[in-house]
Design a protein around this ligand. Structure first.
Ligand SMILES: [Zn+2]
Length: 253
């Protein structure tokens, strides 16, 4: 049940017939883990928390640096040198005191990932390196958790949603053995550079996918890879197939 203050806070959602009070309660009951509190993680966290997700986990072992500030909009100049998750929690709680924020000031590894992932309904990959992406994908598939992925580099962004064993996983689309080939979803954006507003566009698309999934409305990017070309302002969505030989989710692995 929403209290009076929550009903007021989320009133513009509640006015939408596809959401209503019941939908807003679903959002309140949900829990989402966001891995990566950087450029993509900032808008994702801000929209999930402001929209009323009841419990949000943040995993990031990094500290705020000056070079983050041009696009990681959760952080301010005075935060340089502080652990990202602590600053993020403070900002997010100030934004919405009804949200419970769990923080993990660490880098995800194969020992900790399953323990952390188990506590959440949905997992968001907002990272910028392929080692962590494969670990997140593997763990989400093993634990059967829906996975929402965003990636950015230069002027191009991508997003996709993985429903384990039902749709293509990250490894079906970008097999680990081919990780040496330069691909956005596998190349660290620190080495590519990234156009600042792009992280806002892709991060917001990812948050939109998570919230629609929680609500059970609309169409998600399940079995689809969205590609946004910011330079030419073109969106394309390409179908992606589950690979029966995929070593993570395949039936013939
Ligand atoms: Zn797969």
């Amino acid at each position: 049940m929403l209290n009076k203050e929550e009903a007021e806070r989320y009133s513009r959602h509640i006015l939408i017939d596809k959401i209503g009070e019941k939908g807003q309660e679903k959002i309140k009951r949900s829990s989402v883990l966001v891995v990566g509190a950087g450029g993509l993680g900032s808008p994702i966290l801000m929209y999930l928390v402001s929209s009323g997700v009841g419990r949000v986990g943040i995993v990031d072992g990094d500290i705020v640096s000056v070079s983050n500030l041009s696009r990681q909009v959760l952080y301010a100049d005075k935060d340089v040198g502080k652990k990202k998750v602590f600053v993020a929690k403070e900002k997010l709680v100030a934004m919405n005191p009804f949200a419970k924020i769990d923080i993990y000031p660490e880098w995800l590894d194969c020992e900790t990932a399953p323990h952390i992932f188990r506590k959440y309904d949905c997992i968001v990959d907002a990272t910028d390196n392929f080692e962590t992406r494969y670990l997140i994908n593997r763990t989400a598939v093993e634990l059967n958790k829906p996975l929402f992925i965003g990636a950015v580099g230069r002027f191009t962004g991508q997003a996709m949603v993985v429903i384990p064993h039902k749709s293509a996983c990250y490894n079906c689309v970008f097999p680990e053995k081919e990780k040496e080939t330069v691909h956005l979803m596998t190349k660290r954006n620190a080495s590519l550079g990234v156009f600042s507003p792009l992280v806002g566009v892709i991060g917001t698309i990812v948050a939109n996918e998570v919230l629609k999934y929680i609500l059970g409305i609309g169409k998600n990017l399940i079995g689809k890879l969205l590609i946004y070309d910011a330079m030419n302002n073109e969106f394309s969505i390409i179908p992606v197939q589950k690979d029966p030989n995929c070593k993570i989710c395949g039936t013939k692995k």
